[in-house]
Design a protein around this ligand. Structure first.
Ligand code: SAM
Ligand code: SF4
Length: 449
C-alpha cells in the first residue's frame, strides 16, 4: 500500500502537542534529516500562534542549510486543454462544453518555448489535460521538439498517470521530473471529485510514482490539491507518500507541490475545505521540516505577497509569469484552467525574490548531470547540495543579467550576486565560481557545478 490512510487518520486524532514536545521535534528537525510521520502529524495539528512561529523559524533555517538562499524559478507550458475526465473542480473537464479547446502542434509548442526562453527561463513544465488523442506520443514529440529547437535546458512533465512502458518511453525522450498530483488521498472524497474518465481510478493514480521510478524516473513530483479535503490529512499523506518512495526506491519525492483550489469556469461553486493563508504557511513549513530534500513548489495560484512570505518558511520553487491556456505566451491570455493570482513578469518576480533576501535561480544542473533520485536525496540530506545550489544560482543569475536585463533591476541583481558570492564560504569553490563568472562575461554560457 502506497499510503495507509487509516494510520494517517489515527495520527491526527491526538491532542495538540505541547510547547515542550514541539521544541523536541524542532531540535530533531534542525539536523535536516527529516522527521518520522508521528512528528510530522504533531506539527501539522499545531494551532497556537507562538508555537507555530517557532516552526516557521526552524523551517526557514532548514531551507537555507539544505538549499542555500536559492529559490528556483520556472514556467508551466500548457500543451493541450482537451480532457476526457470529469474532475469537478477543473475548467478543462469534459462536461465544460463552453470551454474552447486547443492543442498546440509542434511548431506552436516550439514558439511558446522560445518565448519563455526569450524571457530568460531555462526550465519549463509541460502540462496537459487527459485525452488519448493527445497522449504519450504527442507529449514526447513536444518534449523532443523543445530540446531540438530551443535553448530550454530541461523539460519537466505534468501528465496523467500511464503504465510503466509509457513512462519508460517518456523518460527516454529526456523528460526531467515526472509530476502528477494525487489531488486528495481521501478515497471517498477522491471518488466524489473524479466521477468519470481514466482519473476515476484512485489506485492507478496513487501507484504511478512507483511505476515512474521503476521506469527510470529518478525524480518525481507529487502534491495534494488543497481545499478538496482536510489539509492536515492530505499534507500528511503526501509526506507519507514521499516516505514510501524513499523506503521503496531510496529517493524522496523530488518536489511536493501545494496547489490550493482556485475558481475555475464551471468548477466548484465553493471550496469544500478552505485552507487559510496561515494554514498554507504551516503546510509549507511542515513539508520543509519533514522532507528537507524535496523542493516545495508554489505556483501563481497564490498571490505575490503570500508567495513572498512562503519563501521564508521553506518554499524553494516558484513558477512565474504563468499562463494556463495553451498558446498563452505567444497569443496572450485566453480562458485559463483556473484563475491565477500572481500576474507578475519574470523580472518582477526576480526582483521580489531579491528584495526578500533570497537568490533567484534558473539552474537546471542536477537533472542534466544525473544528480537525481537516490543520489540527490542522499546528497541533500548529507548537507552537500546547499553550496552547489548557491553557486549554480549565482551562475544562472549572472547569465540572466548578461542576456536579459535591459533596464531597471540591474543594480538589484548585481547586489544580489555580490551578496550571494559573499555567502560562499568554501574558498576552493569560491575561486572556481569567480573563474566561471569571468568566463560568462567573456561569452561562455551554461556553466555549472
Ligand atoms: N490533467 C492532468 C492531471 O489531472 O493529472 C494534469 C494537468 S492539470 C492541468 C494540473 C493540476 O491542476 C491538477 O493536477 C490539479 O491539481 C490542478 N487543478 C485543477 N483544477 C484546479 C483549480 N480549479 N484550482 C487549482 N488547481 C487546479
Ligand atoms: Fe482534466 Fe486534469 Fe483538469 Fe482533471 S485536472 S479535468 S484530468 S485537466
Amino acid at each position: 500500500m502506497v499510503v495507509d490512510t487509516r494510520i494517517i487518520e489515527s495520527l491526527l486524532q491526538g491532542p495538540q502537542p505541547s510547547a515542550g514536545k514541539v521544541a523536541r521535534i524542532l531540535e530533531k528537525a534542525g539536523a535536516c534529516k527529516g522527521l518520522g510521520i508521528e512528528d510530522s502529524a504533531a506539527l501539522i495539528t499545531i494551532e497556537a500562534p507562538d508555537i507555530l512561529n517557532a516552526v516557521f523559524k526552524k523551517a526557514g533555517e532548514v531551507k537555507e542549510r539544505v538549499f542555500g538562499k536559492r529559490v528556483v524559478l520556472f514556467a508551466p507550458l500548457y500543451l493541450s486543454n482537451h480532457c476526457t475526465n470529469g474532475c469537478v473542480y477543473c475548467g478543462f473537464r469534459s462536461a465544460n462544453r463552453e470551454f474552447p479547446r486547443k492543442a498546440l502542434d509542434v511548431p506552436q509548442t516550439i514558439k511558446e518555448a522560445r518565448s519563455l526562453e526569450e524571457m530568460g527561463f531555462k526550465r519549463v513544465l509541460l502540462v496537459t489535460g487527459e485525452d488519448p488523442r493527445y497522449g504519450l506520443d504527442y507529449i514526447i514529440s513536444c518534449v523532443r521538439a523543445i530540446y531540438e529547437n530551443t535553448g530550454i535546458r530541461i523539460v519537466h512533465v505534468n501528465a496523467p498517470p500511464m503504465d510503466t512502458e509509457s513512462l519508460k518511453a517518456l523518460k527516454g525522450s529526456g523528460a526531467g521530473v515526472y509530476q502528477a498530483f494525487q489531488e486528495t488521498y481521501h478515497r471517498p472524497t477522491y471518488e466524489k471529485m473524479h466521477p468519470w474518465g481514466m482519473k476515476k481510478d484512485y489506485d492507478f493514480r496513487i501507484e504511478v510514482m512507483d511505476r515512474a521510478m521503476s521506469a527510470g524516473f529518478g525524480d518525481v513530483g507529487i502534491g495534494p490539491l488543497l481545499g478538496l479535503y482536510d489539509y492536515r490529512f492530505d499534507s500528511l499523506s503526501a509526506i507519507a507518500h514521499s516516505r514510501h518512495l524513499y523506503d521503496e526506491f531510496g529517493a524522496h519525492a523530488h518536489t511536493i507541490s501545494i496547489p490550493r483550489l482556485r475558481p475555475a469556469q464551471a468548477g466548484l461553486s465553493e471550496v469544500p475545505c478552505p485552507v487559510s493563508d496561515e494554514e498554507l504557511k504551516k503546510i509549507v513549513a511542515v513539508l520543509r521540516l519533514s522532507v528537507p530534500s524535496a523542493g516545495v513548489v508554489v505556483s501563481t495560484r497564490e498571490g505575490a505577497s503570500l508567495r513572498n512570505r512562503l519563501m521564508h518558511v521553506g518554499a524553494t520553487q516558484l513558477s512565474a509569469a504563468s499562463r494556463t491556456n495553451p498558446g498563452g505566451y505567444t497569443e496572450g491570455e485566453g480562458l485559463e484552467q483556473f484563475s491565477t493570482n500572481d500576474k507578475r513578469s519574470l523580472p518582477e518576480v526576480i526582483r521580489s525574490v531579491i528584495d526578500e533576501g533570497y537568490l533567484p535561480s534558473l539552474c537546471t544542473t542536477c537533472y542534466r548531470v544525473g544528480r537525481v533520485g537516490h543520489e540527490f536525496t542522499e546528497k541533500t540530506i548529507a548537507g552537500e547540495m546547499g553550496r552547489l545550489c548557491q553557486a549554480n544560482a549565482i551562475l544562472t543569475l549572472k547569465e540572466y543579467l548578461l542576456d536579459h536585463i535591459k533596464n531597471g533591476s540591474r543594480e538589484a541583481v548585481e547586489r544580489s550576486l555580490e551578496e550571494g558570492l559573499k555567502e560562499v564560504k568554501d574558498q576552493a569553490l569560491k575561486d572556481a565560481l569567480i573563474r566561471k563568472l569571468k568566463e560568462l562575461e567573456e561569452g561562455g554560457r551554461d556553466l555549472f557545478f
